[in-house]
Design a protein around this ligand. Sequence first.
Ligand code: MF3
Ligand code: CO
Length: 264
Amino acid sequence: MMALAERIAIKTRREIDAMRAAGRAVAETLLALREHVEPGLETSELDRLARCCISKHGAKSSFLDYGPGGLPPYPAVVCVSVNEEIVHGIPGSRKLSAGDVVSIDFGLEIGGFHGDSAFSMIVGEKENPEAARLIEVTRESLYKGLEQMVPGKRLSDIGHAVQMHVEDAGYSVVKQFVGHGIGRQMHEPPQIPNYGRPGRGRRLLPGMVFAIEPMVNVGSDGVRMLDDEWTAVTEDGQLSAHFEHTVLITDNGPEVMTKVAGSH
Ligand code: MF3
Ligand code: CO
């Protein structure tokens, strides 16, 4: 059967303004969470703080109770993934240690529109050169992907650019999870893999908004799911990092909607 052409929403000026407000609130919340990260902190404390930021902004969590395809509803407003955890770590009693890699993913909805963003950092002051390089390469790979988000390029150019940067550094991209369109829904078409051959898929147009989110492993790209059905970990137990931004395509290049001064 022929695949149906996916509908990729083109946001109107008003919708874009609403998404800017959501994006800014996401960015501010992530900065507040970053400030709180320190050795000894329980990951549940980050969820508590994020809930506070959501109500301060008069917003609604995008993550809480989210449960596609028979998954148990996600029980928190933030994902906190530590070391070998790739994404969707559920905050709980795990305590952060100096030198850990912690990845924090957060999304909220304001005025009917979602913003979604994530970053990784090293906990505390302890030196961890391998982790620092992984984090830097992952962040760079996000921006390599974003550079492709100009009208006329094709969808697969984004993932191709991410994959090239990651593999040139000797790391692997996770294939099991993808970036996504975002707007009235947190997850809208299209899916945006962080790998692939260039020049494929739909042409990019102004007004499209995508959440680009490379997940990068030091070792193999293998993924294992924990019994909680959410937490994805590296199969080989090695470190993983994750960066994400919600990005608008414009005639003047990509506009990162989830960024304020000091953001990743
Ligand atoms: N950035 C993640 C994603 O797009 C956030 C989802 S967390 C969930 O998949 F809990 F809501 F699933
Ligand atoms: Co996302």
